[in-house]
Structure formats: structure tokens, C-alpha cells
Design a binder for this molecule. Structure first.
Ligand code: AMP
Ligand code: ZN
Length: 112
């Protein structure tokens, strides 16, 4: 996807502050954090959102959640707790059309 910001981050064309990377996924700090700790976890494969997921992506999805677990430890929110969000479509405010999971923590989060 040529004009996808997250694909550019994966290719190294846009810099990012990486937390974790492997062949399938990348985790990096959000450029505009809305919590003291705000990390994004993305698949390297361009998938628009959760709505695009297919049966064949099930191993990838499990891998993402395993690594969300690991990233929470790396950034030190596993003991205090955190929130995982994936925005889908217009009403959610999804700005980047490349599947991503926000990890928010490091402070008490608003309950709504
Ligand atoms: P969403 O609104 O769920 O699509 O979230 C997109 C997120 O990507 C926002 O929280 C942005 O701050 C973040 N973002 C956009 N560009 C970058 C970038 N170059 N590096 C890190 N995070 C970014
Ligand atoms: Zn992309």
C-alpha cells in the first residue's frame, strides 16, 4: 500500500520509536500519545481493519495478542494494567487504514 503511513514505517521510510519487531509484526510508540504509555502494535501485512480479517489470519491474530502481552511487560504496564483498542471505521475515528492495536496505560485511564 503505497500511501499507507504504517506500511512506510514498516519499510523504514518513516522513522519510528520501536518497542518490538519480528517477521510478522511491529510495535512502536504512538507519535501523539493519549496516555503516559501509548504503543501501537501492527501486522506487517497490510490489512485495513478487523473487518478485513480472514480465517487464514488466525495465527497472525493470536501472535499479535501474544506480543501485546510481551510488549506490556517491555514497556512496564503489565502489573499496573492497560487497555487495548482497535478502531474500525468512521465512527471510531480510525485515521490510519492499517490494522493496529493501541496499548494504553501508565496511568489511570478514563472509564468513558
Ligand atoms: P487511529 O485513530 O486508531 O487510526 O490511530 C492512528 C494512530 O496513529 C494515532 O494515535 C496517531 O497518533 C498514530 N500515528 C500517526 N502517524 C504516526 C507516526 N508516524 N508514528 C507513530 N504514530 C503515528
Ligand atoms: Zn499499510
Amino acid at each position: 500500500m503505497e500511501d499507507c503511513i504504517f506500511c512506510k514505517i514498516i519499510k523504514g521510510e518513516i522513522p519510528s520509536k520501536k518497542v518490538y519487531e519480528d517477521d510478522e509484526i511491529l510495535a512502536f510508540y504512538d507519535i501523539n500519545p493519549i496516555a503516559k504509555v501509548h504503543v501501537l502494535v501492527i501486522p506487517k501485512m497490510h490489512i485495513q481493519s478487523l473487518l478485513e480479517l480472514k480465517e487464514e489470519n488466525k495465527d497472525l491474530l493470536f501472535h499479535i495478542f501474544e506480543k501485546i502481552n510481551e510488549v506490556s511487560k517491555i514497556v512496564g504496564v503489565d502489573k499496573t494494567g492497560f487497555r487495548v483498542i482497535s478502531n474500525v471505521g468512521e465512527d471510531s475515528g480510525q485515521a490510519v487504514k492499517h490494522l493496529h492495536f493501541h496499548i494504553l496505560g501508565g496511568e489511570k485511564l478514563p472509564t468513558r
